[in-house]
Design a protein around this ligand. Structure first.
Ligand SMILES: *Cc1c(COP(=O)(O)O)cnc(C)c1O
Length: 440
């Protein structure tokens, strides 16, 4: 018995070697929508299970003491290339690793990391990049919690910031970066489209400005961008000069309003630095959330495509409604008066207008509230990117604590309603908006 292996007895190797994921057939590179069903997971390693099991374990068994030492040499950076196996669940686990492999596919990123929330991804990114005295240059406005993190939290540790408006021209970006470059610029951080203005950032101009201003510097500040609103389907910033892309996976990627998670994609060199910080502070998502996200990613393209088509139909209907003052929807940039530069950025950077937009009603808060309370299909909630249509009132909800002059500058008026369109039937949604507008 001792010299007979299991394979001799059953004809099946006891530990089958992993089956390489297919990413190409013939000369054809497979699309992300296809890769989401198998990439990064070999059923043979999990009892033939078609879907990955949820691996609930806090730690992983080493085959030998020497292998354990080798793992730690990788994790701690003593040996380049990182860990070559799983060690401890604060660092990583099988479900999160599959998720990271699949996230990277969407933007052809070299590497990716999963996080417990969009904000923990952003916080881990910042912590891994900055030191006292550094400056973060960012586009404005940013997601409110991100602005708080930069100005109030990092500010306490001696990190300063400078910003330029999301729609800034190359000259305006140059001016801000030149001012910042008198000290150490740790990071250039963008968000496009900005919320709730929907202003797009010219990533190509930011990258050209960074490359010109830091041409002779020892290190160039990396460009990171929050791609939650249009990514990964309609906006792929790594192609336009960004080094890192941040996601709140809570939104379109999760897509069912039933989880909170974050993601970071980018070059291996930058991701390794951020992974090391994540290993230290434990901002990785849990295995169950990772598993939920694997399921979500299988329908990402279906869901986003449908939501995008629905939004186009709903916005076309709302545009000319007598009770509507204006619809701030990226699909209406083309040919709009005074929007030539935004339309040009849109043409160069985006392949779709998304499904989140700003609806300015005629009137003020009373009209906006009457409309919101009149909705019967759309739910009254903050957040976006779910299968269901959501509507909210930024001035009275997400942006309630923003100072009045800044609210005015951002176009956050009392008649503004933010809408995220879901995957319902478009005509049913139009019927709902019709009766809610009638109720005003
Ligand atoms: C929701 C959101 C975040 C924060 O993500 P969480 O998952 O809630 O932590 C960051 N940026 C944008 C643009 C968002 O919409």
């Amino acid at each position: 018995m001792a010299d007979k292996t299991e394979a001799d007895i059953t004809g099946v190797p006891a530990t089958p070697s992993p089956k390489a994921s297919v990413d190409r057939i013939g000369g054809r590179k497979l699309k992300p929508a296809t890769m989401m069903m198998g990439h990064g997971f070999d059923p043979a390693l999990s009892e033939g299970s078609l879907k990955p099991p949820i691996f609930l374990t806090s730690t992983f068994v080493f085959p030998s003491a020497a292998a354990g030492k080798r793992h730690f040499e990788g994790v701690t950076g003593k040996r380049p290339g990182g860990s070559d196996g799983l060690v401890y669940s604060r660092f990583n686990g099988p479900n999160q690793e599959i998720l990271e492999d699949r996230l990277a596919v969407w933007e052809e990123a070299e590497d990716a990391l999963a996080f417990s929330s969009g904000m923990s991804a952003i916080a881990t990114l910042f912590l891994s990049m900055v030191k006292p005295g550094d400056t973060i240059v960012h586009s404005g406005p940013l997601y409110a919690a991100t602005e708080t993190l930069i100005a109030r939290v990092l500010g306490k540790f001696g990190v300063t910031w400078l910003d330029f408006p999301a729609g800034a021209t190359r000259e305006e970006i140059d001016a801000v970066l030149t001012r910042a470059a008198t000290g150490r610029v740790a990071l250039i951080y963008l968000e496009s489209p900005a919320n709730p203005t929907n202003a797009l950032v010219d990533i190509e101009a930011v990258a050209a400005s960074r490359d010109a201003i830091f041409a002779d510097a020892d290190e160039k500040p990396p460009i990171a961008i929050d791609n939650t609103f249009l990514g990964p389907l309609w906006h792929q910033p790594l192609r336009h000069g960004a080094d890192l892309v941040v996601y709140s996976l809570t939104k379109y990627a999760g897509g069912h309003s039933d989880l909170v998670a974050g993601g970071l994609l980018g070059t291996k060199a930058h991701i390794n630095v951020i992974r090391s910080m994540r290993n230290t502070i434990g901002t990785i998502c849990d295995p169950h959330t990772a598993w939920m996200l694997l399921r979500s990613l299988e329908t990402l393209e279906l869901r986003m495509s449908r939501a995008g088509e629905n939004a186009a139909k709903v916005c076309a209907y709302l545009k000319d409604h007598p009770k509507v003052e204006h619809v701030g929807y990226l699909g209406f940039l083309e040919g709009a008066a005074g929007k030539e530069r935004q339309a040009d950025i849109y043409r160069r950077h985006c392949s779709g207008a998304g499904s989140t937009f700003s609806l300015y009603l005629k009137g003020g808060e009373a009209e906006a509230f009457a409309f919101l309370d009149g909705l019967r299909i759309a739910k009254l909630a903050v957040s976006l990117g779910g299968t269901e249509t959501l509507a909210s009132h930024p001035a009275g909800m997400t942006h309630l604590s923003v100072a009045d002059d800044r609210k005015a500058a951002l176009g956050i008026t009392d008649n503004l309603v933010r809408i995220s369109i879901g995957v319902e039937d478009a005509d049913d949604l139009i019927a709902d908006f019709t009766q809610a507008l009638d109720a005003i």
